[in-house]
Write a protein that binds this ligand. Structure first.
Ligand code: GLA
Length: 395
């Protein structure tokens, strides 16, 4: 079972089932628009087990989809206006699908961006819709990608026209985020939200978009996600600057992306880079090979090795890529003190959000206790199994 623990109460509370979220969305739709919704889509958040800041360098990532999801339900409006409501905001977003501009409320920018990038825009009628979900907002587990992909899935149902491939759908959602939310993200979050697999993490080659399922079904193993519940404002400026630094470094090396090189080759050109740039490159190239090695280790149920690679990844993100923060470091350090913990690391873009820990199922309670004791903030815990990707909602 998936459980949530909070600091105030060491109690467990189940994450809502998809069915409960759908019921909640139906209620919200009825209350807002006075009728029943007709179609819908759902899509999950994700946790990345390893492979951080590698997607926009055309490298490998190893995320899994979560049982935390966003649901979008709705129906054609029959007039020239679309109206959308989120359970998390009283403001109703109003727009015309033929004349879209980013604006307020800000959550609606993700859905407008998806409308604008849908593969068959001419088929989209104006609609009324609601968004509900269990993905923590701004928690580093891709709440925005889950909104985008749920929205795309809703539009597929509304128009009766599905994207030609998972890749096309993920790319459209990524474009929505770039254009309407101003975040130059890679492809990982949207892609795993589209094509997540129950019982498996997915190794994604972000250069070829090839995928490989990596089973994670061993009942003696758990994935513990710890939300630091801090979000430093740095993400907004530091993410694009890291991305730009990587692209520039590739240019200096005369290659298309940092995927095309390796550590010895980079080391031999060390004098061409300042220390900071060299460390950024070193993170990316070592993380890409760590991710492939980690996927192989997981295939062989070699949790020891997988855990070691997670820790190497965290240290590299902290020291070379410099995207961790004291809170994430504290959470990782606390988890690593516990017997039965194989590895722990920050996950996602960094500067706050979550850590991910691989551990023995029987040690989850002691890990949580240790983290609660050592962490100076207020964490939230989720124990999650790899879950399915986006699905149409049948009403
Ligand atoms: C964010 C982005 C992803 C990826 C990660 C870092 O989550 O949305 O594309 O770059 O950061 O691995």
């Amino acid at each position: 079972m998936t459980v949530v623990f909070r600091k105030t109460k060491m109690a467990t509370a189940p994450i809502p089932d998809l069915k409960d979220l759908i019921d909640q969305a139906k209620e919200l739709f009825k209350e807002t628009f006075g009728e029943e919704p007709q179609v819908g889509g759902s899509a999950p958040g994700r946790v990345n087990l390893i492979g951080e800041h590698t997607d926009y360098n055309m490298g490998f990532v190893l995320p899994m989809a979560l049982p935390l999801v966003t649901v979008v339900l709705g129906k054609k409006s029959g007039n020239g206006v679309s109206r959308m409501r989120s359970e998390k905001d009283d403001d109703i977003a109003e727009f015309n699908v033929k004349q879209l501009t980013p604006g307020s409320p800000s959550w609606a920018n993700y859905v407008k961006g998806v409308v604008a990038n849908f593969h068959a825009p001419d088929l989209i009628p104006n609609f009324n819709a609601v968004v509900v979900g269990s993905v923590p907002l701004g928690g580093g587990v891709s709440s925005s990608a889950s909104v985008e992909v749920a929205m795309y899935t809703f539009l597929e149902e509304l128009t009766g026209s599905t994207a030609g491939s998972d890749e096309e759908k993920a790319l459209a959602c990524q474009a929505a985020e770039h254009q309407y939310a101003g975040m130059p993200c890679g492809i990982m979050d949207q892609f795993i939200s589209v094509m997540g697999e129950e019982g498996s993490a997915v190794l994604i080659d972000c250069k070829t978009m090839e995928t490989r399922k990596v089973e994670l079904k061993d009942p003696s193993i758990a994935v513990l996600i710890t939300n630091s519940n801090v979000k430093h404002q740095l993400t907004g400026s530091e993410y694009p600057s890291r991305r730009a630094a990587c692209l520039n470094a590739a240019k200096v090396l005369g290659i298309e992306s940092l995927r095309e090189t390796n550590l010895p080759a980079v080391e031999s050109k060390r004098s061409e880079f300042d220390d900071v740039t060299f460390r950024r490159i070193r993170h990316v190239v070592t993380e890409i090979s760590r991710t492939v090695e980690a996927a192989d280790a997981l295939d062989k149920a070699n949790y020891q090795l997988f855990g070691k690679l997670m820790v190497d990844s965290h240290n590299s993100l902290r020291d070379d890529f410099e995207v961790s923060c004291p809170e994430l470091d504290q959470l990782v350090e606390a988890a690593l003190k516990v017997d039965g913990v194989y590895g722990s690391r920050m996950t996602g873009g960094g500067f706050g959000g979550c850590t991910v820990t691989l551990l023995k199922q029987e040690c989850v309670k002691s890990a949580i206790e240790e983290i609660l004791k050592s962490y100076t903030g207020t964490p939230t815990f989720y124990v999650c199994k790899p879950s399915p990707g986006a699905l149409p909602v049948k009403l």
